[in-house]
Design a protein around this ligand. Structure first.
Ligand code: PLP
Length: 363
């Protein structure tokens, strides 16, 4: 926590606003809108997953529809497609950003149109805080008139040619889960460009009550709105977001500059115009054996590290799903490691990690 979260939470208690609405909900949304710029409207919800679910609802994704989704991601990007009775079709990554390959996206769209029908939406992800190639992805989406959901759960604070991630495509989503760059313990936000869409999302997220004195319903609703208490934490966290981004980027620079002498360790550089929040510092090794040696050596010292996300097209739960692959995400999964990346790591912590990695690679 940054410091002022407690003040906002106390205020919620003192004013008895303990509900999924209230001044902090409005204030947090305003803070997000101001931060993202681009005339966006934010609706804060109970999680990033709920926000993706609402995005699919707003786009009318339903039973039997197909949604093209980045394969190299966390399962929460894809699960809401299944909640809607729709089918995910997975798209592999490209080398420059580790995100959705624009080339494969277009191949997949043409193939789906020929074999079945036009996909109803595209879910692209700024994984680990590295922006995807939004100009290329948006241009393809526009050509085929398919809306893009921008999964920015890991990328709050990243920018793409000066524009904030979360505001780059048709509908954005953010996450404030405990592991993200800022947190409300659990929470998320839906980012839209039209006020009517925000209104609709809030309506659906608060049980879809029609205008009436009694409880009248003509749509199926959800209980997805963020609590005023948690929104208070969010307001405090927005005040330290930039500090958090600087701390994460400093971690990345530390590892990169101190491991540059090892030819077997590779970092993901920012292409021109890309600014990553470096939510996690990720590296790849020449071999899986090196990756495992480093991971196990860290574990031996009670330091957690983890392989990169296992692509969705390799997950047992999605074994029936179609996919368009090129081997890149599979390679990343087999060779990559997320290093300790918290914004509260001390210089001592970082040096400890560095020593263990260096010693292992020098063996
Ligand atoms: C964390 C995350 C989500 C889900 O957000 P929650 O708030 O945890 O539901 C979605 N997509 C990606 C890429 C994530 O990392």
């Amino acid at each position: 926590m940054g410091g002022s979260e407690q003040k906002y939470v106390n205020d919620a208690f003192e004013t008895n606003w303990i509900a999924p609405l209230g001044p902090h909900v409005d204030g947090f949304e305003q803070a997000i809108e101001t931060y993202l710029e681009n005339d966006v409207y934010a609706a804060v919800l109970s999680s990033g997953t709920a926000s993706i679910h609402m995005a699919l609802q707003l786009l009318g994704v339903g039973k039997g529809d197909e949604v093209l989704c980045q394969s190299f991601t966390f399962s929460a990007s894809a699960n809401p497609i299944v909640y809607q009775g729709a089918h995910p079709v997975f798209i592999d990554s490209e080398k420059d950003t580790w995100n959705m390959s624009p080339e494969l996206l277009e191949i997949a769209i043409n193939d789906r149109i020929q074999k079945y029908k036009k996909p109803k939406a595209i879910i692209a992800v700024h994984l680990y805080g590295m922006p995807y190639k939004a100009n290329e992805i948006n241009a393809i989406a526009k050509k085929y008139e398919i809306p893009v959901i921008e999964d920015s759960a890991e990328a709050l604070g990243s920018t793409y040619f000066g524009q904030k991630c979360g505001s780059l495509s048709d509908i954005g989503i953010l996450s404030f889960n405990g592991n993200k760059i800022i947190t409300t313990s659990g929470g998320g936000a839906l980012i839209v460009k039209q006020p009517e869409l925000k209104q609709r999302a809030v309506f659906l997220s608060t049980q879809a009550r029609d205008e009436a004195a009694h409880y009248e319903h003509s749509s199926i609703g959800y209980n997805y709105r963020m609590s005023n208490v948690l929104a208070g934490i969010g307001r405090g966290q927005m005040e330290v977001l930039d500090e958090r981004v600087h701390a994460r980027r400093a971690n990345y620079l530390f590892y990169k500059s101190n491991l540059s002498s090892f030819d077997s360790v590779h970092f993901l550089n920012e292409p021109e115009g890309f600014y990553a929040n470096r939510w996690l510092t990720c590296v790849t090794f020449d071999t899986t054996e090196q990756r495992e040696a480093v991971r196990l050596a860290l574990l031996e010292e009670d330091i957690e590290s983890r392989p990169l996300w296992k692509p969705m097209h390799m997950q047992p739960v999605f074994k029936e799903a179609d996919s368009y692959t090129n081997g890149i995400s599979e390679h990343l999964f087999n060779h990559g490691l997320c290093l300790p990346s918290g914004s509260n790591l001390t210089e001592h912590d970082l040096n400890r990690v560095l020593q263990i990695i260096s010693n292992t690679l020098s063996l």
